[in-house]
Design a protein around this ligand. Structure first.
Ligand code: GCW
Length: 695
């Protein structure tokens, strides 16, 4: 706790919403400064976690109409109350008034210490949202078991696709120095119910599993443990060769199996509650079981056997595609994994990105959801904005996450949503998970901008309950972050709710995707067509020519639509029944194709680009309207970033339109501004130093 306070003590003590400086360090939580008054709190039990729960209540609540009693359901004084906790599992909480020893009190309880901690955070959140603590009666259990952040952090401190500074983990000074920020980070996660952290990049170095680095990971695990958080490691499949000196990493080789078993035992000796492994195999140059003509199930099951005696799990990624496979990249993961359904060990989850390509501003849901009923499918979302303007563009991802969770796979009739696949309800899976690629680094505000913090927040809240509404989450976040001024909260929510669609509009409307420039993924590059692997080139995705644009994924093309359940496949087979937001993802259409609006496809596309830029201008105007009502520091950084976003939205629009016009030979519709520069100028832009490229 001392460490925690020390970490936050550097933050400004201003209450959120005042016009003083606020550097964003405290996220959606309150600053460390002790409140003037603090409620009467009694803790039954003395675990580190319960102490943290009580400290949170003291720190966050200035008053309570009732004394607060915290403890596990089986604690003395609480056990006799016979509270309805049976359905709440290990992590669900209950907060309600009760009479204890003849006195009324607000009870915060659950079946484990971690549940009590979650209950404390829920009470704080409710009070900040205006609830009356005396009348509070809330209970909630997480719908998803593993709620995990994936850090793509390298051991040298760089972060692949990280736009918020260097890695939080200072591997060099670990295990001796435990930076107070580690506890502040864990606290923020716990406030949302995030209960797992993969420490290292999926493009993994074998060194993460070397003895000294295990000791370093153990030091982090120790800091996180009282906050209910387990650590996991990304495993490099060829580590038995690189670290163990073996000749092979063949998953069926007895020596290889023994190596992983011994390595797992070693990790569990250092970290008894180690969560398990995350693996990127046979993808983008990473080693894997296919190198030995073994299946992904063979690879995953070998690791699963090594961690099973310790109750560990394996998260095996389905993000695979091969340059040797000429088939549509969007089809390859399904082709490879679907036949393996039923072949994975019980402690394996297959981790699937929300869409079949790669975290684009909009993608249809991945066809693997609903297609592997016997396998727990873990949803992987990207919280860091690799394709949505890095840290500088404001794009609230709650709406993107909600869109995929609500998508109906039709796997078992109507209502077979991705959320139900992921939370296990559809097939009765108990092992369930949701992963978010973190947007967290050493920047003072953790996520590179104030509004990016909302994406961390939204991921955590949706991992707890994938049926929550993105708008309600936005409101919750804005109120806790900026305070209670309704104008500020309404403005923030209004900006957030339209922000992601604006990015879609100015980068790739109507189902276009993967149009960004090479490597860094910053800025437009729809013309790029010379990269070694066909599916790395934007031209592969849009297939624009003089006559039309779009990727034909129907029977006349790659037939990717056939990977969806029949009801969905039928809808997507016809451009007239395909949602226009996904039109060019599934269909190659003439530029004069008639849209529902009556406009031609070309005119409609231009209108979207224009709308995207105009929406950012509106967002700027709305933000200007709360000047002086938000602390100056966060207000002006946001205003500056919105100005950058506006300039870059215009750049995306202009570069894209200049290119499309060079392909289709058409003029812009009347009233639409000509691009600022000619196409050659846009093509000549180079950004070798753009952040987040790893190495
Ligand atoms: O989106 C791509 C990124 C890579 C990333 C890869 C993956 C970690 O550009 O940087 O590698 O996805 O998800 O494995």
């Amino acid at each position: 706790m001392a460490a925690l306070l020390a970490g936050s003590a550097m933050a400004f003590g201003a209450a959120p919403g005042t016009a003083q400086a606020n550097d964003g360090y405290d996220l959606w939580l309150s600053p460390a400064a002790a409140p003037a008054a603090s409620p009467d709190i009694r803790v039954i039990g003395d675990s580190a976690t319960l102490k943290l729960a009580a400290a949170e209540l003291r720190r966050e609540l200035t008053s309570s109409p009732l004394p607060i009693v915290l403890g596990k359901a089986d604690a003395p004084d609480l056990a006799g109350l016979r509270l309805p906790l049976a359905g709440l599992g290990a992590e669900g909480y209950l907060v309600r008034p009760a009479t204890i020893a003849g006195r009324p009190a607000l009870v915060v309880t659950g079946n484990t210490d971690a549940a009590v901690l979650y209950g404390a955070f829920a009470a704080i959140r409710a009070q900040k949202m205006g609830a009356d603590l005396a009348a509070l009666d809330i209970s909630s259990a997480p719908k998803v078991k593993l709620r995990v952040l994936n850090h793509w952090d390298n051991l040298d401190g760089s972060v692949e696709r990280g736009y918020a500074g260097q890695s939080l983990w200072d591997w060099w000074t670990l295990p001796d120095f435990k930076d107070p920020r580690y506890a502040d980070y864990a606290r923020a996660n716990a406030s949302l119910g995030i209960n797992g952290v993969v420490l290292n990049n999926v493009n993994a170095s074998p060194v993460s599993m070397r003895e000294d680095y295990i000791t370093k990971a153990a030091a982090l695990a120790e800091v996180f443990r009282p906050w209910g958080i387990k650590v996991y490691l990304s495993a490099r499949f060829s580590a038995p060769i690189e670290l163990g000196g073996l000749k092979t990493a063949d998953p069926l080789d007895p020596e290889v199996r023994a190596w992983w078993k011994a390595k797992s035992d070693e990790i569990y000796r250092a970290i008894p509650d180690f969560g398990g492994f995350l693996v990127k195999a046979n993808s983008e140059g990473q080693p894997g079981p296919r190198d030995y003509h073994r299946s992904h199930a063979d690879g995953a099951n070998m690791l699963a056997a090594a961690v099973a005696p310790h109750d560990g799990i394996v998260m095996w990624r389905a993000f695979v595609y091969a340059e040797t496979d000429p088939d549509d990249r969007a089809k390859q993961a399904y082709t490879e994994f679907k036949p393996l359904d039923g072949k994975f060990a019980d402690n394996v989850l297959v981790q699937v990105k929300n869409g079949a390509i790669d975290f684009q501003p909009r993608e249809p849901f991945h066809p693997l959801f609903g297609a592997m009923p016997k396998t727990p499918m873990m949803l992987e979302l990207q919280v860091t904005k690799e394709y949505l303007g890095f840290a500088t563009h404001l794009a609230y991802l709650g709406t993107l996450f909600e869109e995929v969770l609500e998508a109906d796979t039709r796997a078992k009739g109507k209502g077979s949503t991705v959320a139900k696949v992921v939370d296990g309800a559809l097939e009765g899976h108990r092992l369930t998970g949701m992963a978010g690629v973190a947007n967290i680094g050493r920047d003072r505000d953790w996520s590179g901008s104030t509004f990016n913090q909302a994406n961390w927040y939204a991921f955590g809240r949706l991992a707890w309950d994938p049926t929550l509404s993105a708008e309600i989450i936005a409101r919750e976040w804005a109120r806790q972050t900026f305070g209670n001024d309704p104008q500020v909260v309404d403005t923030a929510v209004a900006i957030m709710m339209k922000s992601r669609e604006a990015v879609v509009d100015y980068t790739g409307p109507l189902g276009l995707a993967h149009l960004m420039d090479t490597g860094h993924h910053y800025g437009p590059g729809p013309w790029v067509n010379e990269l070694a692997r066909p599916e790395w080139n934007p031209t592969y995705y849009h297939k624009a020519d003089r006559d039309g644009i779009g990727f034909d994924r129907t029977r006349t093309g790659s037939n990717a639509v056939s990977q969806y359940a029949p009801a969905v496949a039928r809808q997507l087979a016809d451009p007239r029944t395909t949602p226009e937001t996904e039109l060019l993802w599934f269909h190659h259409l003439p530029w004069d194709w008639k849209m529902k609006s009556g406009r031609t496809l070309w005119t409609e596309m231009v209108a979207h680009y224009d709308r995207g830029v105009a929406t950012v201008a509106q967002m700027q105007a709305q933000w200007n309207g709360v000047k002086g009502k938000v602390d100056a520091e966060r207000w002006s950084k946001t205003a500056t970033y919105l100005a950058i976003q506006h300039r870059e939205a215009r750049w995306w629009r202009d570069a894209s339109l200049a290119y499309w016009m060079s392909v289709n030979g058409r003029a812009l519709p009347a009233g639409s501004a000509a691009p600022e520069h000619d196409l050659a100028w846009y093509k000549a832009q180079r950004f070798p130093l753009a952040p987040g490229q790893g190495h």
